[in-house]
Structure formats: structure tokens, C-alpha cells
Write a protein that binds this ligand. Structure first.
Ligand code: FES
Length: 192
């Protein structure tokens, strides 16, 4: 039968043997707890490392299937109909955006690259003098693009042009030519 009344002094005082056993028990429990905690921590670190490896590997694989691509602006542009350029005109409409002059000479229409052949500065067109003049070291070029003064070693380049199905001039800066004879051939001169 379980006593229900107040405990005696003897019942409340633990014996020395039982106290020692209890403290040994607690120490053992503490050790097990610490070991368990360390094991769980190590497992968590291991899983995190494995997860990071998988994520990194997945990203590398995705990168293989979706390579990074540089999207450059197109090299060509539509300049308009030939009749929108006046005879004898050096049109500067596309110099700022495309670095190209459209020239309507007696022989036809051609597109001149606004890039000095000395060190690449941007020349300007001077109507009164009928010259392209480079501000950097003084090279001058005539209407055909030939060097008439300064250190530029060769004529200005012309870029290719053609008419599309709607009769519009399409200029493509990807192809350039500056050799007399070749620059007057089809592809670099639109005969009218
Ligand atoms: S860059 Fe034009 S003259 Fe030097």
C-alpha cells in the first residue's frame, strides 16, 4: 500500500549511496546528450555540404545547356529610299547612331565609315571645302574618301549597301572596302 500521509525525516533524507548513483547517472546522461548533439551537428553540416554541391553542380549543368551569349546590336540598318538623298549630298543623318555618311555622288550612292584610318577618330564633313577633316592629327579626305592631307595611311572605308525588296537602301557595316576599284564595285556603290 502506498503511504499517503506526511513523510518522515528518514524518508526525506537520501542515503549517500543513492546520491552518488544519481549523479553518475546524470553525468552519463550529459555525455550521451553532448555526443548526440555533436553527431546531429556533424550530420547537418554534411547534408548542407552535399546540398551545396548538388546546387552548384546543377547550376553548372544548366549553364552548359544555356550558355551566356552576348547580344550585339545588328551591323545593318535601313537608310531610306535613294530618292530621299539629294545629288551631291553628304548626308549626316546616320553619323551619330551608325557612324556612317551616305553620299550621293554622280556615280551613285555609297556609305562612308566615319572613322579616320590613322588612329580611329571621328572626322567631320565640311561642305564648303568638300572635305572630311579629322580633328585629332589633321588628316583630310576628299569626297571619295581619299587622303589629301595628314598622316592617315589609307582612304576612308566604304561599307556595303544594297536595295531591299521595297527599294530601301540597307547599309551593312560588317563589310568594308577602301581600295580604289574594289570600292566602286557592286556591293559598295549603288548605281542609279
Ligand atoms: S586619328 Fe585622324 S589624323 Fe590621327
Amino acid at each position: 500500500m502506498v503511504p499517503t500521509g506526511p513523510r518522515t525525516l528518514a524518508e526525506t533524507i537520501e542515503t549517500p549511496g543513492s546520491t552518488e548513483a544519481a549523479s553518475l547517472d546524470r553525468a552519463a546522461n550529459d555525455r550521451v546528450g553532448r555526443r548526440d548533439f555533436l553527431h546531429r551537428g556533424a550530420r547537418a553540416v554534411g547534408w548542407c555540404g552535399l546540398g551545396a554541391m548538388l546546387v552548384g553542380g546543377g547550376a553548372a549543368t544548366a549553364g552548359f545547356f544555356f550558355p551566356r551569349v552576348l547580344y550585339e546590336p545588328p551591323t545593318w540598318f535601313v537608310a531610306g529610299k535613294p530618292e530621299s538623298f539629294s545629288p551631291g549630298e553628304v548626308n549626316e543623318r546616320f553619323v551619330a547612331s551608325q557612324r556612317v555618311w551616305i553620299v550621293r555622288a554622280r556615280a551613285g550612292i555609297y556609305a562612308v565609315q566615319a572613322r579616320c584610318t590613322h588612329l580611329g577618330c571621328s572626322p567631320s564633313w565640311f561642305t564648303e571645302e568638300q572635305l572630311f577633316k579629322c580633328p585629332c592629327h589633321g588628316s583630310n579626305f576628299n569626297l571619295a574618301g581619299d587622303v589629301v592631307a595628314g598622316p592617315a595611311p589609307q582612304p576612308l572605308f566604304r561599307v556595303s549597301l544594297k536595295l531591299d525588296d521595297e527599294g530601301q537602301i540597307v547599309v551593312d557595316r560588317a563589310l568594308a572596302e577602301n581600295r580604289p576599284g574594289a570600292r566602286e564595285a557592286g556591293g559598295f556603290l549603288l548605281r542609279l
